[in-house]
Design a protein around this ligand. Structure first.
Ligand code: MD3
Ligand code: FE
Length: 210
């Protein structure tokens, strides 16, 4: 038996179908302005199976030469990322418990055969802010462990409308997506799964503003 890492909060079906459909429309609009692209691994250049884009003032990108990082522009078009849709800002305000707004929303698109290997998210300077994850479309099998790669892991399904808040100790937990369950949702007309992660990247300004 293994417990979930402290600070991980899974809220199944937090979003009703109407809210999910509204988010899908907002993300379609983001993707029209900032098309999905295929990221590649640092050094090897091996393509990832997940396609990605971002909205927000910063977006997470990776390429062969420069590796994992956040930057203000799309790596293919060179254009600034579109803004984070207001409904996602509202979700962050409702659930993050963090006083500063999110700076990045990574959009991951999983076709039926896509997966994401076990990894930690540590490219953010602000590791005190939680990460907020929203799943849309087909179910996936999600896996999460501890702060060491060799720690035991637990697996559970994430379904459409589920929200996961990764705060506290869970913020640095190893995690990944082992598989998609094709045909488990009709939310996306061509199937697949979208995961949105809202993140704080830089440490908030301290001290006396005004
Ligand atoms: C646990 N995305 O984008 S979301 C990622 O479903 C990522 O697309 C997965 O891992 C996906 O980096 C998992 C749930 C999640 C997101 C961030 C986390 C779990 C996390 C950060 C720390 C620990
Ligand atoms: Fe991750």
């Amino acid at each position: 038996m293994l417990n979930l890492p402290q600070g991980l909060r899974h809220i199944p079906a937090f979003l009703d179908v109407e809210a999910q459909l509204s988010l899908v429309e907002a993300i379609r609009d983001v993707v029209r302005q900032a098309p999905l692209y295929t990221p590649v691994m640092p050094r090897t250049g091996t393509p990832m199976s997940v396609r990605m884009t971002n909205c927000g003032s910063l977006g997470w990108v990776t390429d062969k030469a420069h590796g994992y990082r956040y930057q203000p522009t799309h790596p293919v078009s060179g254009e600034p990322w579109p803004p984070i849709p207001p409904e996602l800002i509202a979700l962050w305000n409702a659930l993050s418990g963090y006083e500063h707004p999110p700076q990045a929303c990574l959009v991951n698109f999983y076709a039926a055969d896509a997966r994401m290997g076990l990894h930690q998210d540590r490219d953010e300077a602000d590791l005190e802010a939680p990460v907020l994850s929203i799943s849309l479309g087909d179910d996936c099998l999600f896996r999460v462990g501890g702060t060491k790669r060799s720690d035991k892991t637990v697996s559970f399904r994430l379904g459409s409308g589920d929200v996961v808040v990764l705060g506290g100790e869970s913020r640095l937990a190893f995690h990944g997506v082992d598989r998609i369950y094709p045909g488990t949702s009709t939310l996306l007309k061509d199937g697949g799964r979208v995961n949105l992660t809202l993140r704080r990247v830089t440490r908030p300004e301290t001290g006396l503003s005004r």
